[in-house]
Design a protein around this ligand. Structure first.
Ligand code: PMP
Length: 395
């Protein structure tokens, strides 16, 4: 069979199960935060990870523009060659202070940070304990590391304990978790994970992709908000979501950062981020720390939206974050739900397997500090009858 033949056959099979994906172009709506334009229509944007509404912030754009003029477009090489421009040192110092850690390291994005860090911390003969709902970049990191992959049932600490016990004699043990699970919006059992890490002599790595900027008095993340910061050996976070820019960080001890500088392959073998981006992240970090009102606003809006949907009988999961899933189950039904929402002026994409487990297709609403209570209440009031019409409401 030719390459085109087998691809077309398999794509057809995906389409038949309502699992084919395609790219579509959307634009930021001009002067209208919280909306996007798609196919010439303005839609309320409930599918972005721009949680604090910073992606369009003029101070960030201006910092990027200035650095672009000062430092040029590209960094020209990997950071260990000649790509380590001045904005990096400034940012990493500020990150370490913000995270109250000894040191921090910027890596190109969250996907590369997770894969690179996990593969640097574990190898053949080691074991990585990972929640079944952890992000794909964590799963891929474990595969790359060649360590044994011990996946525990979502947030099931008894299951994790039994796996830790089974592997207690392994050389190195790494427990890794999302802080807020990206497709469900619920929290990891961070306190219990910290206890188990101590009990079994494991390392603990937490991915704050969906909690960095959102939790903690200065947006340090969920571990800091819960007072568990010092129990965690490796913090990873991304600048592509609440920070509204792009890129990622790792923070922890000086020794950890020294180790990663020598062993994290995405740092070593990939060109450094453009200096303008690094300057944009620094500008965003200042706003994230200073403008606590964005976190409060996001929290209020999320509670209102979530409770309104739940009161109508929709299954919104167990979370308390700006990620509000409405579980549908069937793939085709989730697609119909999304297209009906779009016809009603709401952009909210259907999330299907393999991003989520089979039979749990959903609409993943993600909210932003720029959304007003009125917008969210009005959206909820439009979502509920659509869900009822499609038979999504269980009662
Ligand atoms: N971790 C989690 C939990 C995520 O949801 C994502 C992004 N979808 C990433 C890591 C990857 O981050 P980035 O987009 O910066 O590559």
């Amino acid at each position: 069979m030719t390459m085109l033949n087998w691809m077309e056959q398999e794509l057809e099979a995906l389409a038949e199960r309502s699992l084919e994906r395609s790219l579509r172009t959307v634009s930021a709506a001009k002067d209208c935060q919280g909306y996007i334009e798609s196919g010439g229509r303005k839609l309320l944007h409930l599918s972005s990870n721009d949680y604090l509404g910073l992606a369009g912030h003029p101070d960030i754009a201006n910092a990027m523009r200035q650095a672009l003029l000062d430092e040029g477009a590209g960094s020209g090489a990997s950071r260990l060659v000649t790509g380590n421009r001045p904005p990096y040192a400034r940012l990493e110092q500020a990150l370490a202070v913000w995270q109250q850690s000894e040191a921090a390291l910027v890596i190109a994005n969250g996907y590369m940070a997770n894969t690179g860090v996990i593969a640097a911390l574990a190898g053949r003969g080691d074991v990585v304990f990972s929640d079944k709902l952890n992000h794909a970049s964590i799963v891929d990191g474990v595969t790359l590391s060649r360590a044994e992959h011990a996946r525990y049932r979502h947030n099931d600490m008894d299951h994790l304990r039994s796996l830790l016990h089974k592997h207690r004699d392994k050389r190195r043990k790494l427990i890794v978790t999302d802080a807020i699970f990206s497709m469900d919006g619920d929290q990891a059992q961070l306190r219990e994970l910290a206890e188990l890490k101590h009990e079994y002599g494991a390392m603990l790595m937490v991915d704050e992709a969906h909690s960095g900027g959102i939790y903690g008095a200065r947006g340090e993340g969920l571990c800091a908000e819960l007072g568990l910061h010092r129990q965690v050996d490796v913090h990873v976070g991304t600048f592509s979501k609440a920070f509204g820019v792009y890129g990622a960080y790792v923070s922890g001890s000086r020794t950890l950062i020294r180790w990663l500088t020598n062993k994290a392959r995405p740092l070593i073998y990939s060109t450094a981020l453009p200096p303008s981006l690094v300057a944009g992240i620094s500008a965003s970090l200042e706003i994230v720390q200073a403008e606590h009102w964005r976190r409060l606003r996001l929290r209020e809006g999320s509670r209102l939206f979530r409770s309104r949907l739940a009161a109508a009988g929709l299954n919104v999961g167990a979370g308390d974050s700006p990620i509000v899933p409405v579980i549908v189950g069937d793939n085709a039904a989730a697609l119909r739900f999304s297209s009906t929402l779009e016809a009603e002026g709401i952009a909210a994409v259907a999330i299907r397997p393999p991003t989520v487990p089979d039979g749990s297709a959903r609409i993943r609403f993600s909210l932003s500090a720029v959304h007003t209570d009125e917008q969210l209440a009005d959206a909820a009031d439009r979502i509920i009858p659509i869900a009822s019409g499609l038979g999504v409401v269980p009662r």
